[in-house]
Ligand binder design. Structure first.
Ligand SMILES: Cc1cc2nc3c(=O)[nH]c(=O)nc-3n(C[C@H](O)[C@H](O)[C@H](O)COP(=O)(O)O)c2cc1C
Length: 354
């Protein structure tokens, strides 16, 4: 709590959902962010009209920042064959914010509406998967090939190359996806990482890969642009990754120049019991914000303007990320502005609808 007095006024308790926030050289006009959401609608990683309209609708709907879905830094880092990718220069197209991702052992699956099951063979559209240790995500699922030192260097290089392409494409915010049981989280969690080299065992070793990626991306990104990391704060499982470790990790990420932790949870194990309820992950964002002393984003079952406003006013988080509520209502930011007693900041082209 003591750190709060060090924060500038726009980050102190009291500033609400509709107040602006400046992170490095980027000013968000309020605190409402569209959370990254895979659309499983790309071919060979390339964005198309669907992505343009889907993301454009939320930008026109008034979100302060639209984060593009998990975008694979390597071809084999895609969750499914229909994921967006940024592994080659062909993927450089101006699309805001982008989440860079590698799915690791959770790669090579069918899109959710085709069952989401592992794709067993190249004929079925699948590919061999990599991970921290030869432990499948689900029983009978593909056994990942453990990455060796050269493989890990290649992953760090792939994130750096992807970040360069994203910057060339005009993205102003980069988020590293280190949550939901994907590759970087697979290294963090003792449940998916049984390595005995310098990437496994102690917390220091399990954090090493993500810290290397974050360090490289900070170097690649201009100093005026923010770097976010999405973390799972807990695996919701005995013996797994948990909030105390996430706080330590956040302190280290702050040291390498990460600006904000986008705080989610889960994803390491297929079947765990998660106490899902409105704002259920907010306490994790609060702990990381206060104990690690850096900006946080809250996500998960945030659907009401008053609720979102209280999260910012109470100093639980600095941004709210909305996912499904923005699928239901792309114009939610205008509703929030109205309900919180402000004038909806409609685009000038829509002025006659005021
Ligand atoms: C269709 C869909 C796709 C998603 N894809 C991603 C993703 O690409 N990256 C990610 O970090 N989270 C992803 N998520 C999780 C959301 O970003 C968010 O954390 C989660 O849905 C909880 O927020 P909500 O209650 O506002 O929906 C996805 C969620 C949905 C519904």
């Amino acid at each position: 709590m003591g750190r709060m007095s060090d924060l500038p006024p726009d980050r102190a308790p009291g500033a609400g959902l509709l107040s602006p926030l400046t992170i490095r050289g980027v000013t968000l006009r309020h605190r409402i962010v569209m959370s990254p959401m895979c659309q499983y609608s790309a071919e060979e990683g390339l964005g198309n009209d669907w992505h343009l309209v889907h993301l454009g609708s939320r930008a026109v709907g008034g979100a302060a920042l639209v984060v593009v879905e998990a975008t694979a830094v390597t071809r084999d880092g895609r969750i499914s064959p229909a994921d967006l990718g940024i592994w080659s220069d062909e993927h450089v197209e101006p699309l805001a914010g982008i989440q860079l991702a590698h799915a690791g052992r959770k790669a090579s699956t069918a899109p959710p509406w085709q069952g989401g099951h592992p794709l067993p063979t190249p004929e079925a559209g699948g590919w061999p998967v990599v991970g921290a240790s030869p432990l499948p995500f689900s029983p009978g699922g593909p056994v990942p090939a453990p990455l060796d030192e050269a493989g890990l260097d290649a992953v760090v290089d792939a994130f750096a190359a992807a970040a360069r392409r994203a910057l060339t494409a005009g993205f102003r915010v980069i988020e590293i996806h280190a949550a939901h049981g994907y590759l970087l989280h697979q290294f963090l969690s003792p449940l998916s990482n049984h390595r005995q080299d310098r990437y496994g065992g102690s917390l220091e070793n399990r954090m090493r890969l993500l810290l290397r990626v974050a360090e490289r991306l900070r170097v690649v990104s201009p100093t005026e642009l923010p770097l976010f990391v999405r973390l799972s704060a807990t695996d919701w499982a005995e013996g797994g990754w948990e909030i105390e470790q996430a706080v330590e990790l956040a302190k280290r990420l702050k040291e390498v120049g990460v600006d904000l932790i986008d705080v989610s949870s889960g994803g390491t194990l297929p079947k765990v019991s998660i106490p899902v309820a409105p704002g259920y992950q907010v306490p994790f964002a609060r702990r990381i914000r206060h104990e690690a002393g850096l900006l946080t984003g809250a996500v998960g079952m945030i659907t009401e303007p008053e609720q979102a406003d209280a999260i910012i006013r109470n100093g639980d988080a600095d941004l709210v990320f909305l996912a499904r509520e923005l699928l239901r209502d792309p114009y939610w930011p205008f509703r929030a502005q109205r309900e919180l007693g402000s004038t909806p900041a409609l685009p000038v082209q829509y002025g006659r609808a005021r």
